[in-house]
Write a protein that binds this ligand. Structure first.
Ligand SMILES: C[S@@+](CC[C@H](N)C(=O)[O-])C[C@H]1O[C@@H](n2cnc3c(N)ncnc32)[C@H](O)[C@@H]1O
Length: 191
């Protein structure tokens, strides 16, 4: 059976309950589309939203005219995504062994996906996501560095081992420079 640290945590908010947190931010005037701003600024034609959850990023990218497919293994998260956007292609699959039989300009792992994959599966996940990138495509991931997930040095070593080259690192999706700290947005290029 497919699992993630996310699916193993019985008490995390899922589906529309997960969305309430984002709605609270919207209600308090905050922009919840930093990832979509970052990604759409790179002008891709197509994006793979890997670990799409309830579709926050994919729905916004499609609204901006970008072809986007969302993949996630959590049925409840995907159910909310497909209720909100029934015409979008939502794929229930484990990132460590999925195959969409197509490639994308960019793959994005937003909202801490990398710290919610099973410990030890990070290499399989990145390898499989990278298989879905066209040559020159970018893999972009933002995740917390103090939540017990993969360390940044290990992430970089993994990317290097899989043949993905560093293409930028920031501390926020608004492209603030990375000077250490508890969050990193990293871009790596498939050559
Ligand atoms: C915190 S949510 C982020 C959702 C969305 N990306 C966002 O930013 O709103 C993390 C998501 O990663 C997904 N995930 C974790 N490991 C996964 C895996 N191996 N395969 C597919 N999805 C996975 C979880 O199911 C969950 O929906």
């Amino acid at each position: 059976m497919s699992e993630s640290k996310w699916s193993q945590q019985r008490n995390v908010p899922r589906g529309f309950t997960y969305d309430e947190r984002w709605q609270d931010l919207v209600d308090s005037g905050q922009n919840i589309h930093g990832e979509a701003d970052f990604i759409s600024g790179l002008k891709p034609s197509s994006v793979l939203d890997a670990g799409c959850g309830t579709g926050r990023v994919a729905i916004e990218l499609i609204r901006r005219g970008i072809d986007c497919v969302g993949v996630d293994l959590d049925r409840e998260m995907l159910a909310a995504a497909s209720q909100k956007a029934p015409t979008i292609d939502w794929v229930e699959a484990d990132l460590k062994d999925f195959n969409l039989e197509r490639t994308f300009d960019i793959a994005v792992l937003a909202g801490n996906v990398m710290i919610f994959v099973l410990a030890g599966s990070e290499g399989l996940v990145i390898n499989q996501v990278a298989q879905h990138l066209c040559a020159g495509g970018l893999l972009v991931a933002g995740f917390s560095l103090d939540a017990g997930g993969i360390a940044l040095g290990d992430y970089d070593a993994l990317m290097n081992r899989l043949g993905l080259s560093p293409a930028g690192r920031w501390s926020t999706w608004q492209r603030d420079p990375f000077v250490g700290g508890s969050y990193a947005v990293s871009a790596h290029r498939k050559t």
